[in-house]
Write a protein that binds this ligand. Sequence first.
Ligand code: PLP
Length: 457
Amino acid sequence: MRTIIEPFRIKSIEPIRMTTRAERERLIEQAGYNVFLLHARDVLIDLLTDSGTGAMSAEQWAGAMRGDESYAGSESYYRFERAVRDIFGFRHVIPTHQGRAAERILFSVMCQPDQIVPNNTHFDTTRANIEYVKAKAVDLPCAEAVDLGAVHPFKGNIDLEALEGTIRQTGAAQVPLAMITVTNNAGGGQPVSMANIRAASEICGRYGVPLYIDACRFAENAYFIQQREEGYEDVALIDIAREMFSYADGCTMSAKKDGMANIGGFLATNDDRLAAQERNLLILTEGFPTYGGLAGRDLEAIAIGLYEALEPDYQQYRIASTAYLGRHIAEQGVPIIEPPGGHAVYIDAGRFCPQIPSLQFPGIALAVALYEEAGIRSVEIGSVMFGSRDPVSGEERAARNELVRLAIPRRVYTQSHVDYVVEAILNVHEQRVKMQGYRIIEQPPFLRHFSARFARI
Ligand SMILES: Cc1ncc(COP(=O)(O)O)c(C=O)c1O
């Protein structure tokens, strides 16, 4: 059978509010042309993020009812710890309210000012948390990642030569840790091969640099390894995941992705000394070490969700559905990052509307056009998110790429929703010559994409 079907049926539904084009034009203008500032009830198909937006399973809801809300030593924590240890293999499991809390604690404990943290590509919160402790976040994507249209099975890989070169040049003492993000979200949701993780681990090991995995989409990455890397076709996803983490010294995790939960995360490590320091910080801002900013019911949902993300039927449907969206727009000439990623399709807005220069934010123009056309919320990943403004001269610097990400929430939308999105993108593509640029009229000092306001040029 070629038809993609969801490997679940729907027990509880959430209505979508229909809006007219005229309403949407008014609403996005009121939101300063920033889709983050829209009310969710005004969005028809919300592809802003796959983070925390998934639907929980009946088993997870059952687990939520079982949640033990004891302040200390909750049974739900021990179930959560057992699940994380079983899959990720790390001794210390520190729950946090989401991924960035794990990052903040990790970098506060491990990094000193001016030190360097390499990664295949840092996600925005990872970069911001490293820079907040005055260390430097360095992106080392593999050479294949540079050509957005090139097809390669593991475009998320870290550049191994550059990793070793950076450690040598900086001096290992100034590299407190290296990271690999699976899948590489900012780099197009592209997977990282087992061979790449293994080789990065060998390099780091040689120089005594701990290797951490940003594990948000570990199960999708495991599925790509199973499908694309020789020798893994018959290996179970859970065993692939276990091998991935066996090469690392620790990980940060946002359980809002492959934890299949609406909130949560963790920090894990094998280092007793670091774990003690991390727990001290945890108590300061997140909570006691057996809940860390989460309710017992959340810990239960994550403990179950981590295994559900590794179910082969689920992964097959998820990756096929994302690929279907990518293929159907690419076949009609929409430029996307090839091949489509696991959790998202990334449109190359720079090529979609080449008449708009980078510093007039083509990604914002496309995100606004998709909302006005069909109520679809996407997100710019370009010069607003990753560009910068010189604090003295006010001069804007462009990002490397101008992308728009369509992130697919887990188990939320059906195949007909995907068809609707395809149609909307193709409609906007036909009208693309009419699209105009934007300028920023208001922005905060950090993570400006969340709250900046724009005006049409
Ligand atoms: C690769 C990556 N790392 C870290 C994070 C941060 O996680 P959270 O949003 O739970 O703080 C995200 C979230 O989108 C992510 O995609």
